[in-house]
Design a protein around this ligand. Structure first.
Ligand code: CP
Ligand code: NVA
Length: 314
């Protein structure tokens, strides 16, 4: 039972949009995590916070978690939303789509193929735009992941996170969000599938300030040695389906199985953004094992996004 009796004071985010992880300042990120924990423990205190607000949810790609948790978050905060699925900016110019939407809604949540689609929507719409996954970033996932790390370890500072697999959108956002909070981040990917060098450079700048350590390697055993949590994601992201056969071959040595987990700390948590492909990036034994926190992560999508919406719109 929560002991909270009133909603905590909400700090407004300074950036107009959340197009990428670094649109949040370190202080805003810390406040968001605190607010998310309060929203999780006392959701009713925030049940009217978005009264009268309407959002548009635009998805170019499939989704279970992101789409439903945004819809639920908006409705549980007292707002409402409309959903539109399909390509953005194909039937008419993207800049026209953006300038239609900002006459109707208070904010736009968009999942796109290209990061530039998110950036263009934000440039052309006066309503705030939230990145619900692009080819480069998945900032809302990283918020839930770090909330889960806080719940599991008390604080992200000094926690050893190992990401094994594709240097993709999920890896980029986790690297940026974890390192600025002082978590050590190791990633092991096959040659040619590592994280984007400009994202790594940004993370290294953040780590220099926070004291976090970043390890980029091709060796999954090196990445997981001493890890408190081992994270993986699909080998083939949405939009890369034509590369699936080649990727399955290249990533096979990067499967998170009991053997690899045995090289991490004995109580190492297993993390995955989901959806997962069992017997590709993770074995059933690991994802169903006692140290798997994947459904905590999924639950925390809701609470972290509520906190984000409150800080952007309440
Ligand atoms: N983790 C995540 O973003 O899941 P969906 O693709 O189902 O939204
Ligand atoms: N990297 C995956 C994440 C899905 C939530 C993708 O982009 O398909």
């Amino acid at each position: 039972m929560s002991t909270a009796v009133r909603a905590i004071k909400i700090h407004r985010i300074s950036a107009p949009d959340l197009t990428r992880d670094l649109d949040l300042t370190n202080d805003e990120l810390a406040h968001l995590l605190e607010l998310a924990r309060d929203v999780k423990s006392a959701p009713r205190l925030y049940a009217r916070s978005l009264d009268g607000q309407h959002l548009a949810i635009l998805f170019e790609k499939p989704s279970l978690r992101t789409r439903l948790t945004f819809e639920l978050a908006i409705k549980q905060l007292g707002g409402d939303c409309v959903v539109c699925e399909g390509p953005i900016g194909k039937r008419e110019p993207l800049k026209d789509v953006a300038r239609n939407l900002d006459r109707w809604v208070n904010a736009i949540v968009a999942r796109t193929f290209l990061q530039s689609t998110i950036d263009d929507l934000a440039a052309w719409s006066s309503a705030p735009v939230i990145n619900a996954l692009s080819d480069l970033y998945h900032p809302c996932q990283a918020l839930a992941d770090i909330l889960t790390v806080v719940e599991q370890f008390g604080s992200p500072r000094g926690v050893n996170l190992a990401f094994v697999g594709d240097g993709n959108n999920v890896a980029h956002s986790l690297m940026l969000t974890a390192t600025r909070l002082g978590a050590n981040f190791a990633i092991a990917s096959p040659p040619g599938y590592g994280p984007n060098p400009s994202v790594v450079a940004q993370a290294e700048g953040l780590a220099a300030v926070s004291g976090a350590k970043i390890t980029i390697t091709h060796d999954p055993r090196e990445a997981v040695a001493g890890a408190n949590a081992v994270y993986t994601d699909v080998w083939t992201s949405m939009g890369q389906e034509s590369q699936a056969a080649e990727r399955r071959q290249r990533f096979l040595p990067y499967q998170v199985n009991a053997g690899l987990m045995s090289l991490a700390r004995p109580d190492a948590r297993f993390m995955h953004c989901l959806p997962a492909r069992r017997d590709e990036e993770v074995t059933d034994e690991v994802i169903e094992g006692p140290n798997s926190v994947v459904f905590d992560q999924a639950e925390n999508r809701l609470h972290a996004q509520k906190a984000l919406l409150l800080m952007m719109l309440a």
